[in-house]
Design a protein around this ligand. Structure first.
Ligand SMILES: [Fe+2]
Length: 296
């Protein structure tokens, strides 16, 4: 089997190949060439205004590759605006659990919640998103790769949604062992692993058999990260002798988003999160350390 470190594997940047890893994911995109600054974001959650802002901001900051790690729908209003903006800006996008569910018409979002209240609110978001995503956009979602690899200087970055082994695995800062992260880096033959899905960013350096690697949860742009601020976050990785990992706070027109959410009759609990910066729903999935940082 060709190696993920081989730049000719697969031979075309967007050509899909079988993953060298088990699990649900089914396709990997490899970007040829070497980039100097890569912007990464996940969890758009129908937030059109933050998506516009992150694309503009990453370009201004000199990103030569911008990657979306998936979960385009859920939570926010008017999902039909997201795919055209990603297509127009030519942002390579991975399928998150939400995108796989919407593409396939699954009965739920596959977010991985277990609490009934979490699932109640998740189902409202999912049904709304599924009902308002046009068929041609669902076909586009079905065509997306599930993981990606790119070179940043002389490092290999491996990108996934939840984890390399499962699209909806939560890699929390407090609950993920160094041994597991080391295993992911080794199995993916990567210097850096980038993920999202949890909604809260973090970065950890991990010792490996070959020296050291980095694991970065790049955060989400769809909703604030439960810290009492309305900003959302994305990540810039910059090549150099030392990898530079920078979390970027992103201001956007959240009042306009809140207004549209009310017009679409989405739950007021969702609107409160956008305007206050505190999570009000889907909280039970949080580990205790992350939960204690929040208001509820
Ligand atoms: Fe997700």
């Amino acid at each position: 089997m060709p190696s993920p470190r081989d730049a000719t594997w697969p031979s075309h940047p967007h050509r899909l190949a079988a993953l060298p890893y088990g699990g649900r994911s089914g396709g990997i995109a490899v970007f040829e060439g070497s980039f100097q600054r890569i912007a990464l974001f996940g969890g758009v959650y129908n937030n059109y205004w933050a998506l516009r802002a992150v694309i503009d901001d990453a370009k201004v900051r000199g990103a030569d590759l911008i990657l979306c790690l998936g979960d385009l729908g859920g939570f926010g209003p008017l999902p039909q605006r997201i795919v055209p903006l990603l297509q127009e800006a030519e942002i390579p996008t991975l399928a998150g659990n939400y995108d796989i569910s919407v593409a396939e018409g699954f009965p739920d979002c596959g977010c991985g919640y277990s609490d009934p209240v979490d699932n109640y609110f998740a189902q409202i978001s999912y049904s709304y998103t599924l009902d308002n995503t046009p068929p041609e956009q669902r076909r586009w979602l079905a065509s997306l790769p599930h993981q990606a690899r790119a070179r940043l200087g002389d490092r290999w970055i491996h990108c996934c949604h939840g984890s390399p082994r499962r699209t909806n695995e939560f890699l929390w800062e407090s609950g993920t062992s160094e041994a597991l992260l080391r295993r992911f880096l080794t199995d993916c033959e990567a210097d850096v692993l980038a993920c999202t899905h949890t909604g809260i960013k973090w970065h950890r350096c991990v010792k490996t058999a070959h020296g050291a690697g980095d694991v970065v949860n790049v955060g989400v742009i769809g909703r604030p990260e439960n810290d009492g601020s309305a900003v959302v976050w994305y990540t810039l990785l910059t090549a150099g002798d030392e990898l530079d990992v920078e979390f970027i706070p992103l201001a956007y027109d959240y009042e306009r988003l809140a207004e549209e959410m009310r017009q679409e009759r989405l739950p007021e609990e969702f609107v409160e999160t956008v305007t206050s910066g505190w999570w009000t729903t889907c909280l039970e999935v949080l580990p205790s350390k992350e939960r204690l940082r929040g208001m509820y």
